[in-house]
Write a protein that binds this ligand. Structure first.
Ligand code: ADP
Ligand code: MG
Length: 242
């Protein structure tokens, strides 16, 4: 059965989809069968970030509604044989229940090593749908105060789901760290009372999609593979160069 990891944040635009897709690429490059599940119904963009736009015939909602079998909704990545996408679409789909999507993921789980769930922003129904399907969480924030506040709120919700969570601090600016800005990744982790799992620097190449040679995400995938599901410790990794 696959490890089911939700990538979540509270605030939008902090890098959930970026982290989810880049981590997926690195896991797939290491031969792990990896499925990116786009749970951001209505504002889906994992297909774009993965360079898979326009390749889907069906999507997750079709599978839920019985218009196709769960397997038929999967799209294979053209470049990485171990990487698949379970796309969603532009329809907000409030009517889709957590139980229904959970069932689809359960059907697909035996064929994969990792299911990475790209969570929508906010604390609404769509977030609960994503959390209900996961067994572990990566909570993404930036050093900005609104992002940290939302991450804190989300962390409370993660606890109510009993999801072990680790922190990814994204878009760190080199100058800020050097000057000893109070919002270092370690201090953010302390404030949020979460183990710091990864720190990802601002990297303009990431805004073009996934970046195969990203050292940050290679190291993050190594860390995910090194730890056992039950004993997430949280390690701090920082990278000299993105
Ligand atoms: N480390 C980073 N360096 C540079 N740009 C980034 C980084 N992380 C994310 N971005 C950019 O920030 C924007 C929002 O990221 P995205 O992953 O879509 O956020 P979310 O899924 O949380 O809404 C995108 O344009 C993305 O390319
Ligand atoms: Mg997103």
């Amino acid at each position: 059965m696959a490890r089911k990891i939700v990538v979540t944040s509270g605030k939008g635009g902090v890098g959930k989809t970026t982290v989810c897709c880049n981590l997926a690429v690195q896991l797939a490059r290491k031969g792990r069968r990896t499925l990116v599940c786009d749970f951001d119904f209505g504002l889906n963009n994992a297909d774009v970030v993965l360079g898979m736009e326009g390749l889907a015939s069906y999507d997750l909602i079709d599978a839920v509604e019985g218009k196709c079998r769960a397997r038929q909704a999967l799209v294979k990545h053209p470049r990485y044989p171990a990487l698949y996408l379970l796309p969603s679409n532009r329809i907000p789909a409030e009517h889709v229940s957590a139980q229904a999507v959970k069932l689809i993921l359960e059907l697909l789980s035996p064929q994969f090593d990792f299911l990475l769930i790209d969570c929508p922003a906010g604390i609404g129904e769509g977030v609960h749908r994503a959390l209900a399907c996961a067994e572990e969480a990566l909570l993404v924030t930036t050093a900005a105060i609104p992002a940290m506040r939302d991450a804190d709120r989300l962390n409370g919700i993660l606890q109510s789901y009993r999801l072990p969570a680790s922190l990814v601090v994204n878009r760190i600016r080199r100058e800020m760290s050097r000057k000893g800005d109070p919002l270092t990744p370690q201090e953010i982790a302390r404030t949020l009372r979460l183990p710091l799992f990864a720190a990802v620097y601002e990297d303009e190449k990431l805004s073009e999609g996934t970046r195969e040679r990203s050292r940050a995400f290679r190291t993050l995938s190594d860390a995910i593979l090194a730890e056992g599901k039950q004993e997430r410790k949280g390690i701090f990794q920082t990278w000299g160069r993105p």
